[in-house]
Write a protein that binds this ligand. Sequence first.
Ligand code: FES
Ligand code: FES
Length: 173
Amino acid sequence: MKINVTVNGTAYERDVEPRLLLAYFLRDQLGLTGTHVGCDSSSCGCCVVLLDGERAVKSCSMFAVMADGHEVATIEGLKVGGKLHAIQQAFTDCHGLQCGFCTPGMMLTAVALLKWNPHPSEDEIREGLAGNLCRCTGYQNIVKAVQQAAEQLASDSAAAALPEGLATASATA
Ligand code: FES
Ligand code: FES
C-alpha cells in the first residue's frame, strides 16, 4: 500500500506491506534506528514516537499504514537547530540514562506528557511514564529530568511571550 507520512519534518511516500509495523518502517526503511524495539509486544515503551506532535504511541503496536497522512517525530527529530531539546538536556544534566536503550521512548513520552500537562506533580510524572520500562536507572533521575524539563519549557514559553527586547534581557539577567 502507498503511504504518505511526514517524519521529523520530511515528507515520505513509500509502498509498504499492510502488516509492516511502524517501528520497523522507521528503523528499516528510513534508517531511524533511535526508535528501539525492546519487547515487540507493547510492554516496554522503548519504541514510543510522537504522533502529530502530541500523542505518544508505541510504534510496535501500530502499522505503518496507520500513520498515513500523519506526522511522526522520532528521537532524531527532537534536537532543533543543533540545540538539544529541553528534555534531552535534562536527561543529560540529571543523569537520567545509563545504557540509553529506554531513553528515546522515555523522552518522547515525557514530551507528550508535558504537552498535555506542563506542570505535572511527581506522581503524575510517574504515572505518565508507567508504560516505559528502564532496566538501569531506578527511575528517580528520570523523574528529576522531567521535572527540570518542565521548568525549562515553562521559562522558555514565558520568555517567548515577552516582547523580544524583554525576552533577551530576562534571558541574560
Ligand atoms: S518494543 Fe514497543 S513497547 Fe516494547
Ligand atoms: S537507561 Fe538502560 S534501560 Fe533505561
